[in-house]
Design a protein around this ligand. Structure first.
Ligand SMILES: *Cc1c(COP(=O)(O)O)cnc(C)c1O
Length: 423
């Protein structure tokens, strides 16, 4: 019998997994062309040609709009910038509440703060790990102005249902779709179902431009406000004839021509970059499904999952070993698992101490609520983080076909010998 690597045996996978490499000859050529043209940015922060960026930025936005079947696309320099701009565009005002999930990258939860919005955490659905519609409904108050749904790990939140709910109440749905390019619900692209959807093009995502982000919307008024906030709104509102001056103070969130040139190539190859990962993740799921105490990622029937992470649920009682010990044994075999994902965001010092903007605790001092209630309110997020989540960061690795089976073998070796791990 083979001995587990953690107990001194040979690991199943001895070579290091290579990082995913997505930059190729076409990206290189596109960058060189920008250099030869000597126009690294076409933006001007005033009301003239160039307010909307240079030729590649504009072409990248048009191509993105076509690919995702959405009316308007506004590129920005990150998903974080896009979320902040979205909060500005929808008119978040001091004291407005924004409902969002606690399990996501921190940018989702801090975006409202920049306009004085107050993040309110709502629990996750235990099966798709995205924000629960019932939890959103329970969290709504007369001060709620928006919901941010995160398509976590590449699986769609219940976007269609949330959009309908938000429309009925006259509030906004913003999608953080950093992890879900080409994910879809009922055949509609994630990132285009909310009033605004934001994609990330940072180095760690399915496709990237080093840093970058794309905001999608079908609403021309919101698109215009996003363009303004991206590029010094206050200086152009007169010439643009903008009547509503709410949040019309701008930043510089502009993408360079270099990034746009790379983005155009990456967008052209997006199917390969996304579906290669999907194929790998589905292969892992099919080999590892049906094990007692272990639940591979579930996909709602009306959805397409794009597996930024392959995230499974571990039940220590049924498996008979602690999640941490099992994870160590997997890693010793060369299986690149991790546990927990991010700690629920209400534990961040800013929420716990109630200090965000300035020394008086703005805007959290506008809320009567304290963040100490959320570990109890978000019991699903707590249990997934503390006990259940065990996953693989699919997007990080070059996972060729031949390694998929060996990774599954490594997992099964640990699973079948798990009784030997009991301390
Ligand atoms: C990566 C990520 C972000 C931040 O994206 P940037 O482009 O780095 O700003 C926000 N939300 C989620 C869910 C992410 O995965």
């Amino acid at each position: 019998m083979t001995t587990l690597a953690i107990l001194g045996g040979e690991p199943e996978i001895t070579e290091r997994l290579r990082p995913y490499r997505s930059m190729g000859a076409a990206e290189k050529e596109a960058v060189v062309k920008v250099m030869d043209d000597d126009c690294l940015s076409g933006f001007f922060g005033s009301w003239q040609d160039g307010f909307l960026g240079g030729p590649r930025v504009q072409e990248f936005e048009r191509s993105w709009a076509e690919r995702f079947n959405v009316r308007h696309v506004v590129s920005v320099n990150s998903n974080t910038s896009g979320l902040i701009a979205a909060m500005g565009a929808i008119g978040i005002s001091p004291g407005d509440e924004v409902i969002l999930p606690p399990t996501t990258m921190s940018a989702t939860a801090v975006a409202p703060l920049f306009y004085g919005g107050i993040p309110v955490f709502a629990d996750l659905d235990p099966n798709d790990f995205c924000i629960s519609v019932d939890a959103v409904k329970a969290a709504v108050t007369s001060r709620t102005r928006a919901v941010i749904a995160v398509n976590l790990f590449g699986h769609p939140a219940k976007l269609t249902e949330l959009r309908q709910f938000c429309d009925e109440r006259g509030i906004f749905l913003v999608e953080d779709n950093a992890q879900g390019p080409l994910a879809s619900e009922f055949g509609k692209q994630c990132g285009t179902i909310g009033h605004i959807g934001v994609f990330s093009l940072n180095y760690h995502k399915h496709i990237h431009t080093g840093e970058g982000g794309m905001c999608c919307t079908d609403d021309s008024r919101l698109a215009e406000r996003l363009q303004m906030i991206r590029n010094h709104a206050e200086a152009v509102v007169e010439q643009a004839g903008t009547r509503d001056l709410t949040n019309m103070i701008g930043m510089n969130l502009r993408l360079t021509e270099l990034s746009a040139a790379i983005g155009l190539v990456q967008l052209g190859e997006i199917e390969g970059h996304v579906f290669g990962r999907v194929k790998f993740a589905e292969g892992l799921s099919s080999r590892l499904s049906g094990l007692e105490g272990f639940t591979v990622p579930t996909v709602r029937t009306e959805c397409r999952h794009v597996y930024y992470n392959w995230m499974a649920k571990f039940d220590a009682e049924l498996v008979g070993v602690s999640r941490e010990r099992f994870n160590e044994a997997l890693r010793a075999e060369g299986f690149p698992s991790f546990v927990g994902y991010v700690r629920p965001l209400y534990y961040l010092p800013l929420f716990q101490e109630g200090v965000a903007i300035g020394r008086n605790g703005f805007p959290l001092n506008l809320s009567e609520r304290s963040y100490s209630c959320f570990p109890e309110v978000c019991s699903v997020a707590e249990s997934l983080w503390r006990e259940k989540f065990l996953g693989v960061m699919i997007c990080n690795y070059a996972l060729e076909d031949n390694i998929a089976d060996r990774l599954a073998n490594a997992f099964l070796k640990v699973y079948e010998n798990r009784h030997l791990l009991v301390e």
